[in-house]
Design a protein around this ligand. Structure first.
Ligand code: KMH
Ligand code: ZN
Length: 279
């Protein structure tokens, strides 16, 4: 039987604007519809950032997160994952502001960025005390973290600060981010090195930036991993052609992984693989 690969859709992010692409969803209905169509196309997980409804700028407003989650849940059964990272770079949020929506809304998953770095021309600050705090609070809230790792040192941080001290419930889930300026480049040898550094017993996905999103996602599938696509990290479906929707990116990713002999996991199958539900 074909291996089931988890496709995550990241429909909006904190950085791209409507000037970059008119197709970025901002209202709850837009986000809900984008996720619904992405799930129809084969996505299983929705990674969500919130946007101010008047300006389109990133926001940490819990009411917006709530409206996005309700819009998704009323339309489909995607696993919901909230960011704790986006507003750190764009809004200089405090750790408490970054995790508030996670604690109030208790989505099934949340991102947990596992180290500090240059992020383009900015600083992305995730010191050890914040990593430990987020890990403890997510464990207490019953929210599964996805450790976003941008270089091998961050994988070591997860082992030393979270897994070693027993702050993780269940198996570790990693998002290997490739191609951020300041992080590991988006190349196959870099992905191989990251995967070789992971602790045993968990699962991982490739989160490659820009044009590398689907090619490195396909490599990830071949290597036994999963992949994330979406307008958060990539606006183009092919050279010079804006993706008209997140679903268009999911459709392309699913075409490619099917050609390679895999099948996209349904949300129910993803929940089992991620340890969010029993078989
Ligand atoms: N946009 C990705 C490069 C997060 O939201 O916590 C990083 C990301 C992290 O998705
Ligand atoms: Zn994100």
């Amino acid at each position: 039987m074909a291996r089931k690969v988890i496709v995550t859709v990241a429909p909006v992010g904190s950085i791209p604007t409507r000037a970059d692409s008119p197709h970025i969803p901002i209202t709850p209905d837009e986000v809900g519809e984008e996720v619904r169509r992405s799930v129809e196309a084969g996505a299983a997980v929705a990674h969500l950032h919130a946007r101010d409804q008047a300006t389109g700028a990133p926001t940490s407003d819990v009411a917006v997160y709530r409206s996005y989650i309700e819009a998704v849940r009323s339309r489909c059964d995607a696993v919901t994952q909230i960011t704790t990272g986006g507003g750190a770079v764009t809004l200089n949020l405090t750790p408490g502001e970054r995790i508030k929506a996670v604690l109030d809304l208790k989505p099934e998953m949340a991102s947990l960025n596992a180290g500090s770095m240059n992020f383009g021309r900015k600083i992305f600050s995730n010191p050890p005390n914040v990593i430990e705090l987020f890990a403890k609070e997510m464990a207490a809230a019953g929210v599964k973290p996805e450790f976003e790792v941008y270089d091998p040192g961050m994988i070591a941080n997860v082992k030393r600060l979270v897994i070693g001290p027993g702050l993780l419930r269940g198996t570790p889930r990693f998002g290997i981010v490739l191609g951020i300026q300041g992080g590991i480049p988006a190349t196959v040898p870099d992905l191989q090195h990251m995967v070789a550094s992971l602790p045993a017993g968990g699962s991982w996905q490739a989160i490659a930036i820009g044009k590398d999103q689907i090619p490195l996602g396909a490599v990830a599938a071949v290597m036994g991993g999963d992949l994330r696509v979406g307008l958060e990290d990539n606006l183009y479906v092919s050279k010079g052609a804006l993706a008209r929707s997140n679903a268009e990116l999911v459709e392309k990713a699913v075409r490619v992984i099917r050609d390679l002999g895999f099948e996209p996991a349904t949300p129910a199958e993803a929940r089992v693989q991620l340890g969010l539900a029993c078989e």
